[in-house]
Design a protein around this ligand. Sequence first.
Ligand SMILES: [Zn+2]
Length: 456
Amino acid sequence: MIVPTHIADRLLAECLGRPRAYQELGRLCDTVGGRVAGTEAAARGEEWGAGLMRAWGVPSVAFEEFPIRAWSRISLDARVTGPNGWALTAVSHGLTPEAADAEGPVVDIGHGDPEDFTAHAASLPGAMALCDEGAGAGRRKLHRMEKLALAQEYGASGMVMISSASGMLPRTGVCHRLGADIPAIGIAREDGLRIQRLLAAGGTVRLAVSMRNRLWDGSARNVIGEVPGSELPHEVVIAGAHLDSWDVAQGATDNGLGCAIVLEMARALAALGERPRRTLRFALWGAEETGIHGSRTHVERRADELDCIAGVMNFDMTGDPYGYWTPGRTEPGAMLRGLAEQLAPLGMQPDFSSGAGLHSDHQYFMLEGVPVVCLAARLEGEGGRYYHAAGDTFDKVSQAALCRAAAVGAHTLWALADAPERPFARLDTAQVRAMLEEAKLIDALRAEGYSGPALG
Ligand SMILES: [Zn+2]
């Protein structure tokens, strides 16, 4: 047994027998709803998280405030113009301009890969660049921000992204870190397919976009709770999830769900009669959606502490757990193998993956070589379909999966925090570089302006 029976019994009783977080997640979704970083709703969400940590016995709870470029939407009108035009079902992307009124012919650039832009270079100036969310076969999928940067570079007057989910579900998401120069919108798949059919038939389609948004210098907060370690309090194990969300829905699966898992684990571990050797830190990160600002700030402000972090678990749209993901570490080690065996009744299997990935709150820890230990999990049902769209509501959350993820996560945290020797060493710069090369992420990091040690 990796986690001793008397500890495991308590964790299972709390997470599966008398869980509390699912109900509290419902309260967040219904009374706060969408929580874009820097808005009053985000602040109410932060109070929700801090209040629960305190009520559930986490000994120390504090806010970690940091400045951000904040954004909120005011209005959008997007339509195909002309005698057979129609109003599009569309949403503005995050960090689009305060005011933009653009009109132009639509140019279909497929996936919006770099070579798609090159192939249409002559027709893009002044045009609306239409692309989907995907990438060509075998290509790394560019982030929305990378496609927008290319659209700006090629002189497009706007970027229009087709949702990959059907059901009139346009998707939002950040398109620029500070503020884009041109409007960018997500449109319903059905609208996008109609435009593509008209273009393929040889027609010209013109599109007009008029948007108003609010942009300001604001701030966001991480909520940080700690349970001090019994023997090695300066060594830390972190469990975090981003609390901010997009405003078009309730931020239920992305990512109130992850926050609920973190809070349930905090409650279960704080309720134990004993403490593990190392300190447990529970983090509800702010401003992930608008550029991973909260966890990056934490990493920057605690640079001298990074050697003392024994593990970081990130929960972002975490569904039913079945394995472990340890980026950059092909050998999961005896502890995770043992945990997978001990937790098999909860659905865990000896399923270990190690390919690096970006764009959530593990990113800046991973880039510093800090051990990242995440659950591999399946978001069952329709949760993934409503990503960044109006359907991301509380009814999509599976209580059973949430409880299992909290139980598995709490066991994993205990094991990381109480192991006599640290299960994972920090990766050095060369090892981080090799991990990023292996996953073909060097270009993606350069594109987002990252210039840390691993990129030399
Ligand atoms: Zn997320």
